[in-house]
Ligand binder design. Sequence first.
Ligand SMILES: NC(=O)c1ccc[n+]([C@@H]2O[C@H](COP(=O)([O-])OP(=O)(O)OC[C@H]3O[C@@H](n4cnc5c(N)ncnc54)[C@H](O)[C@@H]3O)[C@@H](O)[C@H]2O)c1
Length: 379
Amino acid sequence: MPSGPVRVAIVGTGGIARVHAAALRPAAAAIEGRPTGGRDRGGRSGVPDAASAELVAAADVDADRLAAFAGEFGVPAAYRDLDELLREARPDLVCVCTPPHAHLEPALRCLRAGVSVLVEKPPVVSLREFDLLAGAEGDGGPWFASVYQHRFGGAQRRLKGLADGGAFGRPLLAVCHTTWFRDQAYFDVPWRGRWDTEGGGPTMGHGIHQMDMLLDVLGDWAEVRAIARRQARRTRTEDVSLAHVVFASGAVASVVNSVLSPREESYLRFDFEGASVEVTHLYGYGDGDWRITPAPGCEVPPAALHAGAPSGHREQFAEVLACLADGRRPPVSPAESRRTLSLVAAIYAAAFTGRPVMPADLGPGSPFYDRMDGGQAPW
Ligand SMILES: NC(=O)c1ccc[n+]([C@@H]2O[C@H](COP(=O)([O-])OP(=O)(O)OC[C@H]3O[C@@H](n4cnc5c(N)ncnc54)[C@H](O)[C@@H]3O)[C@@H](O)[C@H]2O)c1
């Protein structure tokens, strides 16, 4: 448990690292400006007083990118080598912001050095890699948590609490659409659009956020049927997938993941016995993006989900820092993160085998345990 500000380091200083660095800045400023002891333990949108953060170091294999990032964010120590960073900068937490295929190795090195890691999505590129990483966590020692920042908006957290408490009755049906647009130039970045480096297309790289929100509310999935296609982009992965998912609760969901959709939208809809709950956004939501429609005869206040905080990295960091201050393991835990990654693997397995897939089909021995495409993409 750190006694002073949490010492944070970032490995991989590209696009998303800047979101991490920016999210840490206001958190630290908000903490400094506040009296101690005024912390909201109910925990929603406040940044905890007890935990403050300091970006102490960054690492990247690319010297120019590293120097630009360190200059932009005033990072005091920059390293080409992560082991050197771990030895010299002594971080409490490392944010892994490298491309997906380069998550496992730095995350393992941190855990083995006794340092906790917050790993960007997708946490790794296969279930096999995931189990290696989760297995490296210590009991009560350093932990590994995944970035799924859309779990941390106030409305999603309130929805989960209300749904878990049965406020809306049984969940019956859900719709989970990530219909985004990425032109061909987007795939010029060498690691994108490849099974070995990105682990998949929009199912793995884009829709995973919405599917994570879906699973956060509906819990364990039980069976998946799917198709995946490469319709228009010159990539090795799919550029669109469609899935039907049955949940252990009996609820059913329709899932669409696309990077071909000129009118972009992220849409989630939950039809419970007592209400429809919907959110329409793109890369992040606020309270105003949610809508509740009660079933006839059911009472649900329209502002039931109004909880203040938008979704985003800042909200997730607030929770992570609070957990570090209290010595708790933060969300999103390996068990929860694995469930989301296993749904992605199931969509690929169902699409490429043409058969329904259940969780037990994806264990060691399955080609879809070792690679998300199972070596079976038909194109
Ligand atoms: N949560 C979100 O909303 C969100 C959004 C965008 C990207 N991401 C994720 O963030 C990660 C990074 O994406 P990005 O767009 O920032 O990529 P990027 O290509 O912009 O940056 C990656 C950086 O990592 C460096 N790098 C590569 N291998 C390395 C290694 N072994 N050690 C140290 N540095 C290394 C590269 O030089 C580069 O500077 C991906 O996993 C991506 O899926 C998440």
